[in-house]
Write a protein that binds this ligand. Structure first.
Ligand code: SF4
Ligand code: SF4
Length: 84
């Protein structure tokens, strides 16, 4: 059965791929003031929150191609229990 793709507002389901990770680390999470330094984490929108304690100092997600391409609307995916 083929379900038609839902358009418009949808829950972001970002794929955990090396390509998406690269985009995330190419000036998106990697240059974010909130990004946990000394970590090799990233792609939080797909992999879930960071293990580190994050201080919210801004979020680059809305400028990220992964964010746009997946129709995401949230921010601070690195922060636990943060959906907004
Ligand atoms: S999820 Fe947002 S706040 Fe967290 S490191 Fe990435 S860009 Fe920054
Ligand atoms: S939307 Fe945010 S967490 Fe996801 S890849 Fe982009 S910058 Fe990283």
């Amino acid at each position: 059965m083929n379900k038609p793709e839902r358009k418009g507002r949808q829950m972001g389901k970002v794929e955990d791929t090396q390509e998406n990770f690269k985009i995330c680390m190419d000036g998106n999470c990697s240059t974010c003031p909130s990004y946990p330094k000394k970590s090799d984490e990233g792609l939080f929108c797909a992999r879930g929150a960071s293990k580190a304690h994050i201080e919210k100092k801004g979020c680059n997600c809305p400028e990220c191609p992964v964010w746009m391409d997946n129709g995401l609307s949230g921010m601070y995916y690195c922060v636990k229990q943060s959906k907004e």
